[in-house]
Write a protein that binds this ligand. Structure first.
Ligand code: ADP
Ligand code: MG
Length: 360
């Protein structure tokens, strides 16, 4: 497999009225390693699709360079790049059978018929559609159509697979199954893949690494664990998972221990994920599973239980505090004392489970 490199890539679109340009992608700079699956994650309009289309060659960068392996492809048309793209809409040919849909890319390449038959059958088997070659696409479910689209991308044995929100037309259960399947196939083939999504669960569960984007800028690149545990901004923290943010004043730092004023209490935090200066205001970030509900007066933040939501293996407690509503996840609620709705409680945490960040 091959790497994909973006070197200071910027894409500007002319405004329709020719006034100010839109900077869809702003100085994007990263390397995707051979065989790696990297997700571009961010809210709608942040430049994910534009980035993918530049890698595919459907869009040319305004500035910067793109490499596939060692070859510079910045200005090459899509058919001169060793990539295959799978879009959200399947784009299957309705008048052709599944077999012919999948064979299409090979027929264009004038490959001998026996080889085509062999490879189509192999690829249909890979996506679990061995028995469906004779069907019309309209006789398939949404998930099956999606598999045909995947087979059609894979049959040309591209070095790089590009996927733009490929599962967003599917219902939740199917999306989860296909997610696992795409990941399996990608690993099996050892193919380098770029996957665009605005769904954090999809990004977290699929990726070797995630590129978090906002307004054309890359805000953080890291493994799913990294961006979840150590987000480098409030935006990333909130976009990749649930989190509570508390305003604090930083009072002192000794090695990796930060002492902060949180309301009336002094609290200690074991790690800062951005530059934080003593004497300034900062934000203490806490994931729901890092917080604990305890007796009134025994923790660090006083509050009142507004609502308990029972989820089987866990429970979510929504606690009203002077800092706003705070979500606490309670694992294995049967084994613990559960505080009732309306009860006055306190929220507690340990220094190693919370993070200190800059506001922004
Ligand atoms: P995403 O896929 O993250 O939703 P896009 O890459 O589609 O975002 O778009 C990024 C920004 O670039 C948006 O502001 C969008 O309106 C703009 N944009 C995308 N394509 C074009 C285009 N062909 N012409 C003008 N503006 C565009
Ligand atoms: Mg998009």
């Amino acid at each position: 497999s091959v790497s994909v490199t973006l070197e200071h890539v910027t894409k500007r679109f002319k405004d329709v009225k020719g006034k100010s340009d839109v900077i869809a992608v702003n100085d994007s700079h990263f390397v995707i390693e051979p065989g790696e699956l990297v997700t571009l994650l961010g809210p709608s309009g942040c430049g994910k699709t534009t980035t993918l289309r530049m890698i595919a060659g459907f869009e040319l960068p305004t500035e910067g360079k793109i490499y596939i392996g060692n070859e510079e492809v910045t200005m090459l048309p899509p058919n001169k790049r060793d990539t295959a793209t799978m879009f959200q809409s399947y784009g299957l040919f309705p008048h052709m059978t599944v077999f012919d849909n999948v064979a299409y890319g090979l027929k264009l390449r004038k490959i001998p018929h026996e080889d085509i038959v062999k490879r189509v059958n192999e690829t249909l088997a890979l996506v679990g559609l061995s028995d469906y070659g004779d069907r019309a696409p309209s006789k398939l479910s949404g998930g099956q159509q999606q598999r045909v689209a995947l087979a059609r991308s894979l049959i040309v044995t591209p070095s790089v697979l590009l996927l733009d929100e490929p599962l967003s037309n599917l219902d939740a259960l199917l999306r989860e199954q296909m997610r696992v399947e795409i990941r399996k196939i990608q690993k099996e083939l050892g193919i380098t893949a770029v996957y665009v999504t605005h769904d954090r669960v999809e990004a977290m569960s699929l990726s070797d690494r995630v590129v978090v984007m906002k307004d054309g800028f890359i805000r953080q690149i890291g493994s799913p664990i990294d961006i979840y545990e150590n987000p480098n901004s409030r935006f990333v923290a909130g976009f990749v998972g649930k989190a509570a943010f508390f305003p604090v004043r930083v009072k002192k730092q000794e090695a990796n221990l930060w002492t902060c004023q949180l309301g009336e209490k002094e609290v200690v935090v074991e790690r800062a994920t951005t530059d934080v200066e003593v004497g300034t205001e900062a934000v203490l970030m806490a994931r729901p599973e890092s917080l604990r509900v305890t007796e009134k007066g025994k923790g660090k933040i006083e509050g009142k239980v507004r609502m308990n939501v029972y989820l089987g293996n866990s429970m979510e407690a929504f606690i009203n505090t002077s800092f706003g509503e705070v979500l606490v996840q309670i694992d294995d609620p049967h084994a613990k004392k559960v505080f009732e709705e309306g009860e006055e409680v306190s929220i507690d945490f340990t220094p190693d489970r919370v993070r200190l960040l800059n506001e922004n």
